[in-house]
Design a protein around this ligand. Sequence first.
Ligand SMILES: NC(=O)c1ccc[n+]([C@@H]2O[C@H](COP(=O)([O-])OP(=O)(O)OC[C@H]3O[C@@H](n4cnc5c(N)ncnc54)[C@H](OP(=O)(O)O)[C@@H]3O)[C@@H](O)[C@H]2O)c1
Length: 433
Amino acid sequence: MKTLNVGLVGCGNIGTEFVQIFDDRRARLADKTGIELALPRIAVADLGKTRPAHIASRRLTDNATAIVEDPDIDIVVELIGGVTAAHDLVLRALRAGKSVVTGNKELVASAGAELYAQAAASGVDFLFEAATVAAVPIIRPLRESLLDEPITQLAGILNGTTNYILTRMSRDNIDYARALELAQSYGYAEPNPAADVEGADSAAKLAILASLAFNRGVTLDDVEYEGISGIERIDIEIAHHLNYEIKLISFAETVHDGHESEPLIRIKVFPALVPLNHPLAAVSDTYNAVYIKAQDAGELMFYGQGAGRRPTASALMGDLVDAALNRSRGVSRMVPIKGQATVDDNRGISSPFYLRMEVDDHRGVLSKVSGILANRGISIRVLEQHDTLHGAAQLVFLTHTTTDKEFSAAVDELKCIPEVIRIGRSMRIFFEH
Ligand SMILES: NC(=O)c1ccc[n+]([C@@H]2O[C@H](COP(=O)([O-])OP(=O)(O)OC[C@H]3O[C@@H](n4cnc5c(N)ncnc54)[C@H](OP(=O)(O)O)[C@@H]3O)[C@@H](O)[C@H]2O)c1
């Protein structure tokens, strides 16, 4: 039986769970594959910390570099998080001819193409299924089954925290602040939830998925993002009444502008109204999903638990088995990403829009508002008027399809009308057939 040695760098929340799954599954794996995996060394920052019993102190070191340069280690699993130290360690490991498995989305979103290229040059694997939507298998399908499939659009619900908050607002008719409190009390949101609720976490995952889907390097800096913090309970109520759910959508598509031979990539994270009959509308609680439109394969959807210790550790194990099988056969299956993406300014993303505003309840206001929209070529599909508590009128518009550019210019003009008291959160309407 062939034995391969694994070195683990980082043993916190995820690393501790990973060691548990590794120990539980080792014998079954050896039986199935004929490969014996050993985990002789684990690097941590603080050797003095108390750890669970299954993390034996004889395996621990505080010298991560010694692990990634140890000639007896075949595969490195990186779970320290962050970019600087992780980047240095992963690069060293790949240069030293070791395959690397990581769950670090910040690292892959900022330096994925470089690490990919190094792995290909060294003839080893660089695998990161756990870095996006944890246990949902999406990286491997993009890298293998769909490798040469022309993918035109990718849209996902990539963050469990925001999906949980929106689900609670929708299901329990509570406001954003209360739903966030509940998410924090169940451990689904951090004490400082900014990275999740403002969209940065989704943007990092989207950069990784778009790089693979379109085979062009996309980094976190290329992704514009908006979060969910301005969404009010009334937006959810109105969305329901009109047969939509509000979801934080991570969206990327390719477009041909007619001049460039390379397609442009539009990429953005934003909250949107999703029709109830679209599969993404039914993705609730902490679940995640990735929806893909491909030229020949058609529409595909991948769904499951996108975070959490156990699902993440399971995804890491899947990659480890893959790396071990490849290594035992003396192969690597890296296809390097081809160059940097040309990213569009997104002004041309087109969709219908939802717009809510509070106006003075005077004769003539409605025609002023409609006039501004009409001047921008934006036609109105639905208009509803509701009274507010303080005697103003609440106007709700659903428009026909228009571009971001025209819609945001119209909103800027609407803000200048004296009778407009407040413009609420406007949102795209997505996936309307
Ligand atoms: N939480 C999730 O649901 C989830 C899901 C998918 C992916 N991930 C990713 O998984 C990774 C790990 O997350 P986590 O929550 O497990 O982090 P964590 O609890 O903060 O653990 C980090 C570990 O790295 C060790 N460490 C830090 N700097 C080190 C260094 N220079 N050398 C050696 N060890 C070092 C720490 O040592 P000490 O123990 O001594 O402090 C700790 O064991 C992150 O990239 C995260 O984004 C997490």
